[in-house]
Design a protein around this ligand. Structure first.
Ligand code: GAR
Length: 198
């Protein structure tokens, strides 16, 4: 194919991603082991995702909202980073802030999020716990485009995850996370994100 013959030209058309993560960063790690991640951003200076980035050799940036005059200035700093790295797709992976109007105005249609429930069921910051508390027989995982609402954007792909009769919350959580580690790479590949070659 054209891409096999002219690898350079092909790669140049592939989408360049940045990942935003606020905490642990396990989804970041799974993605960075399979795809070229141009940088990771964390909004918390003590986030474990920064250690993962260092281990994986992924460039990392960190700054906190409270270091800026307001959210507009904070998001303008993010836009400057995204522009500088020519990012095509922003991949939210446990980024626990709402994307505000400043960032949306420039990047809407180029931001995706993973949510640990089967949207529109259980939106918000506690998707796993809320499904658990509701005693549903199954929940799921969703990847969706980000709009101005909370977990309301157009769904790209979602999978169901069962809750088993003898589950404890920890086992249910683990099953949700395992589904995330499958679903997000599947979507990134489908969207044309550059993969790492072995
Ligand atoms: C993931 O389960 C992700 O779906 C969730 O936070 C976790 C981050 O884990 N995101 C949200 O709840 C967004 N509302 P990680 O930092 O280990 O990837």
């Amino acid at each position: 194919s054209y891409c096999n013959q002219r690898r350079q030209e092909c790669d140049n058309q592939m989408k360049r991603i940045a990942i935003f993560a606020s905490g642990n960063g396990s989804n970041f790690q799974v993605i960075a082991e399979q795809f070229k991640v141009h940088f990771v951003f964390s909004d918390h200076r003590d986030a474990f995702v920064l250690k993962r980035a260092e281990t994986l050799g992924v460039p990392a940036y960190v700054f906190e909202l409270k270091e800026f005059a307001d959210k507009q200035a904070y998001e303008q700093a993010l836009i400057d980073l995204l522009d500088k790295h020519q990012i095509d797709l922003v991949v939210l992976a446990g980024y626990m802030k709402i994307i505000g109007p400043t960032l949306l105005a420039k990047y809407e249609g180029r931001i995706i999020n993973i949510h640990p429930a089967y949207l529109p069921e259980f939106p918000g910051a506690h998707g796993i716990e809320d499904a658990w508390e509701a005693d549903v027989p199954e929940s799921g995982v969703t990847v969706h485009w980000v709009d101005s609402g909370v977990d309301t954007g157009q769904i790209i792909k979602q999978v169901r995850v069962p809750r088993l009769a003898d589950d404890h919350l920890e086992q249910f959580e683990e099953r949700i996370h395992a589904a995330e580690y499958q679903l997000y790479p599947t979507v990134l590949e489908a969207l044309g994100v550059e993969m790492i070659e072995f």
